[in-house]
Write a protein that binds this ligand. Structure first.
Ligand SMILES: *Cc1c(COP(=O)(O)O)cnc(C)c1O
Length: 403
């Protein structure tokens, strides 16, 4: 942690950092947490993989997020140390015996499984008091940028078989699924809830917990998705229709939507050429996810001079390279940089609070763990106006599900 600053302008004039800095805005994390805790009709877990920084976990806990979705011993230890009363769900469907035993020793009761073999492994190593959360695969085309049902999740037959085996072992299983990350269509959640409930009914298995996963969107430059409240409204309708009559309580486990707006990346221009710019961070560092998400994850950004003033020149599209010697180290889309941007300027990329620092590698000996807290918004009080987040308006949807 290099400190706490009122504005980015204050940070750059005081510190002039030559290596990338991850900026955290705890008040934005708190706002996102309040929106979920107040708006989601059930319990809210935070998916730790998208940002495990202690300040993030503490801030969410203070806003009433008490549950955490974890997937590794490191995440489990981090939550135990940072949020001692946190309730953890080990939602990785393929675990080693040692990982399961460590989770049990640190008080984890809920474990995702997507087949009978993993269920039996969990019971063998965590004991007979576990709550297996059986993960259902969601059919393709659910309106998400990332499909999270190709690697994990049981097809209907295996889903039912795993639930029945859990019952036969005397356990009280729950159900979980994930509609895919950066889901643009609230109907995906209705589809998931309906599919899970109708399979439960067909199988004659009762459950009391249904975790409908993460996938709630962040609003990148090209995102066209309804507001979060529209997602909650659809989910609540589906809950009343399908879950409540069966005595099922909902949970969700957002990562991106809780953390994205709470962080930005302060990169710096190493070298400016007429049609290209070489930055001190790139797709092997804090901008890894942009490589995978391409235009869908086009980040709002602004250029700031070393004196803390916003560059306001006409935008010129340039190729943006990262700092490694690898030719692939290039942003997948051109950066519309103000024409007055020069060597030594800073480029602040917003919405990098989720899947930013966590995904960074250490390629070419280039890595930065530097974190700073900034009190002002990306383009808010005390800051020069910058590129704004768009797409946060009322319902507007590109992807529709043929349900
Ligand atoms: C990644 C992940 C999440 C968080 O997904 P977001 O799209 O960031 O909300 C939640 N649950 C599981 C099991 C995950 O793997």
């Amino acid at each position: 942690m290099i400190g706490r600053f009122a504005t980015v302008a204050e940070l750059v004039t005081r510190e002039s950092p030559e290596t990338p800095v991850h900026l955290l805005r705890p008040h934005r994390l708190a706002e996102a947490a309040a929106a979920f805790v107040g708006g989601f009709p059930g319990d809210v877990l935070f998916a730790v993989k998208c940002n495990a920084h202690p300040l993030v976990l503490e801030t969410l806990r203070r806003q009433g997020v008490r549950h955490f979705d974890v997937a590794s011993p490191m995440e489990i230890r981090r939550v135990r140390e940072t949020v001692p009363d946190g309730v953890m769900f080990y939602h990785h469907p393929a675990k080693t015996p040692g990982q399961i035993a460590l989770a049990r020793d640190l008080g984890v009761c809920h474990y995702a499984v997507d087949c009978v073999a993993e269920l039996e492994k969990v019971v063998a190593h965590a004991g007979p008091d576990v709550v297996p959360m059986v993960r259902l695969a969601i059919p393709k085309g659910s309106g998400a940028v990332y499909d999270l049902s190709t690697k994990f999740g049981a097809a209907p037959e295996a889903f039912v078989a795993t639930l029945r085996r859990a019952r036969a072992l005397g356990l009280a299983p729950g159900v979980t699924f994930h509609v895919g990350s950066q889901c643009l269509d609230p109907e995906a959640f209705r589809l998931g809830i309906r599919l899970a409930c109708s399979l439960l009914e067909g199988a004659g298995v009762d459950v009391t917990l249904m975790d409908i996963g993460g996938g709630f969107p962040a609003y990148y430059r090209r995102t066209r998705a309804p507001a979060l409240s529209a997602f909650f409204a659809v989910i609540d309708q589906a809950r009343r229709e399908w879950a409540e009559p069966r005595g099922i309580r909902l949970l969700c486990e957002p990562g991106r939507a809780l953390a994205a707006e709470g962080g930005s990346l302060l990169a710096r221009v190493i070298l400016r050429k007429a049609d290209a710019v070489y930055l001190n961070d790139g797709i092997f560092g804090g901008l890894t996810e942009v490589y995978w998400g391409k235009d869908e994850l086009s980040l709002p950004f602004r250029a700031i001079s070393p004196a803390g003033a916003l560059r306001t020149g006409n935008p010129v599209a340039v190729t943006a390279y990262g700092p490694t010697c690898d030719g692939n180290d290039r942003l997948p889309y051109p950066l519309e940089l103000p024409e007055d941007t020069v060597n030594g300027d800073f480029i602040e990329f917003n919405l990098i609070g989720a899947y930013g620092r966590e995904m960074a590698a250490r390629y070419n000996g280039m890595a930065s763990d530097a974190v700073a807290v900034v009190e002002a918004d990306f383009a808010g009080h005390g800051e020069p106006e910058g590129a704004r987040v768009i797409g946060t308006g009322p319902s507007f949807c590109v992807a529709r599900i043929n349900a």
